[in-house]
Structures are given as C-alpha cells and as structure tokens.
Design a protein around this ligand. Sequence first.
Ligand code: ZN
Length: 190
Amino acid sequence: MKVSNRFPLLGERLCLDLVNTCRLRDGESVDLLEDRPALAEWLDAQASRIRWSGPPVDEDLATLKATRAAITPLLRAAAHHTRPATPDVENFNRLLAQPAPALQLEWSASAAPHSTVAARHQSAVLQHRILVDALGLLAGSDCTRLRQCAHPGCILLFVATHPRRRWCRTDTCGNRARVARHYRTHKAPS
Ligand SMILES: [Zn+2]
C-alpha cells in the first residue's frame, strides 16, 4: 500500500478504506474525496489491489461516493454493535442487486493474465467489488472484530486482527491519547 498524506488510514479491507475517506478534524466531518484529484490519489494509493486506468471522471467520483454512503451506516452500526435502519439495508441491497459490467480476461504475450473492463465501467465494477467486500465483512467472522478508533475525536474504522488494537494508528490517535493521559497524570493541581 502506497503512503498518502491525504488519507490517514490505508491498508484495511477495501470497503473500510473507502469509509475512512470521511474523518473528523477538530470535531468537524471532513470528506477527503472532495474532488476528482483526491479520488485519483486514493486510487493510486490502492494500486496494488485496484487496477484503474486513466484519470477518474465526475461520474466515477459520484459512484464511489454513493458506494461509500451505502456501506457507511452498515459498517458503523456493526462497529457499534447496533442494527442499521431498514432503509439503509434496503439501499445497500438495491445497489448490490445491480448487475456488474462484464469483466474480460486479457492475456497477452507481454503481460501476465489480468482482468480488464471498459474505462466507462471501471467505477461500476469497483462499486460492485466494494459492496461484495462489505457484505463479506458484515456477514463473516471479521464482523465481531470491526471497531471504531477509541480516540473520541476519531471515527476511523478497522478490523482488529490483534485483539488489543484500540487505535486506528498508534502514531496518531494512540500517541494523542498517551500524551493526554500523561498530561492528566502530571498536571499540577490548581
Ligand atoms: Zn483514530
């Protein structure tokens, strides 16, 4: 996974990396997929697992945002051990039921076999893949390990493959919490 300064948490499951493009900054919700260049940067960071050609267009951005809007309430509910609203489940199922554009196998003399799709269908294929990934997370054994970062100012989600993992990243939220704890412990009584 490439490093990107724009996106604070990458390398989780694909559906979580998309949800984590919304974050809190000073208590305010911030959309990190604010425009096409931002989406291009996210896709580039995911290049090891998303094959994408050409710069994304407005429709791609809209599709990925619709995908994110569909999966976010379900994944947040699961992370909080609650059930999402029924319309959220219905919306997810409606998108999931849309037929994915056909993939094709490309196998040339100069490259390893890989799947291809027409550029105009790239985001629809990616949407389907992310929805299926979210379905697999919600309906699979990893669902019980889905967590929201323990820092009160952070909403990033991750699968705690290590049971003691509490923070999205130890070098950001974990460190902020440690500094706050240290300050509380050593603060001179007023
Ligand atoms: Zn965090």
